[in-house]
Write a protein that binds this ligand. Structure first.
Ligand SMILES: [Zn+2]
Length: 132
């Protein structure tokens, strides 16, 4: 990158999207993982203190705003959440690309059982993501 983008700019970008789209953020203590509840427009993300955390945040937002998030296929939902992330990022670093690739590899390799509805709500799907 020729232009230095600060972590604070990345943080403000995420906050701006969430404010504009009325997405609620639950901040995580851990820097690993994240989840999103499509129907509640709710995401749980680590603090934006790195490009990777920024990528994770965009990805979780992608589970709310991205295309094909009602697909029964988890790899399809993951791919399109990452598609949304990459298209809306103000920067896309090699580290962000690696985070995306690793995450996608995991979903492509495993066959995920369909997510069953839980006791707490009938039709809510939670996208629970883990990142290395
Ligand atoms: Zn995901």
């Amino acid at each position: 990158m020729l232009l230095a983008i600060t972590v604070e700019q990345l943080n403000q970008h995420i906050l701006g999207i969430c404010r504009q789209q009325e997405i609620q953020i639950e901040w995580r203590r851990s820097s690993r993982g994240g989840w999103a509840v499509h129907e509640f427009e709710l995401i749980s993300i680590p603090p934006i203190n790195s490009a990777i955390a920024y990528a994770v945040a965009l990805h979780e937002i992608g589970h709310v705003l991205g295309r094909h998030q009602r697909s029964r296929s988890r790899p399809v939902r993951e791919r399109w959440a990452w598609d949304w992330a990459r298209r809306h990022a103000i920067t896309w670093t090699p580290a962000m690309e690696r985070t995306m690739r690793r995450s996608l590899d995991r979903y492509e390799q495993r066959s995920w059982p369909p997510i069953q509805t839980t006791a707490r709500a009938s039709s809510v799907e939670t996208f629970d993501d883990r990142y290395r």
